[in-house]
Unconditional design. Structure first.
Length: 219
């Protein structure tokens, strides 16, 4: 029902500001612009939807482009969200499941953003969802687990599905190790050094690369 969808354009800043998670408005607005362009060419996909902050930006861009956003997350929380850890949030503890569960918050965000006809949630580990994936993608955002093993698995499982001209966005790239873990920066450097992508300007800690066309010579 298209009439149930929200109005077009960027989400009102108050909406993502009220959602748990870590993403600066400027980074989110860059994701909106990328999804607006990419969404016309094919489906977009994000890894690490969590409570839906990045989903609001990417999903709004996809909606305005007439596109679609797959949002992958196991919704069990990352290492740092578990009980006793630094970012444990009791509001995300699900007593019926006996574990962290961010899916209820995620769906609430998608509905508030008017994105139910645009966002397709995939409740799964990224590596499981990648196992038999075969659909070319116009944009991939890697914003999942921040261990090197998790970030590398996300890069390895999804970057190869980008169509020529598709965007690879990687969140939480910090050159100073004291500002944050280094795994996202390591996969960014891996992608940039592969010759398969061209670097686009960064926004905050959001790195963006674009898949070169087949036959295009790296400069
Ligand atoms: Mg992040």
């Amino acid at each position: 029902m298209p009439g149930c969808e929200g109005k077009s354009g960027l989400p009102d800043r108050r909406l993502p500001a009220a959602v748990r998670g870590f993403m600066e408005p400027e980074e989110g607005e860059r994701l909106y612009e990328l999804a607006l362009e990419a969404g016309r060419r094919g489906p977009c996909l994000e890894i690490g939807g969590f409570c839906g902050k990045s989903t609001l930006y990417l999903g709004s861009g996809c909606r305005d482009a007439g596109g679609i956003l797959y949002s992958i997350d196991h919704h069990r929380g990352s290492e740092e969200h578990q009980p006793g850890e630094e970012y444990f949030d009791p509001a995300l503890w699900d007593p019926r499941l006996g574990r962290v569960n961010s899916f209820t918050e995620f769906i609430r965000t998608v509905e508030r953003g008017g994105l139910t006809e645009t966002v397709v949630p995939i409740v799964s580990a990224s590596a499981t969802a990648a196992r038999s994936w075969a659909t070319p993608l116009s944009l991939v955002l890697i914003d999942g687990g921040h261990s090197y093993a998790a970030a590398f698995a996300d890069y390895n499982g999804w970057a190869g599905h980008l169509m020529p001209g598709g965007f690879l966005a990687i969140h939480d790239i910090f050159s100073n190790p004291e500002a944050g873990g280094q795994a996202p920066r390591q996969i960014y450097k891996l992608a940039a050094g592969s010759g398969l992508f061209r670097r686009l300007p960064m926004t905050g800690s959001l790195g963006v690369l674009q898949r070169r066309a087949i036959g295009e010579t790296p400069v």
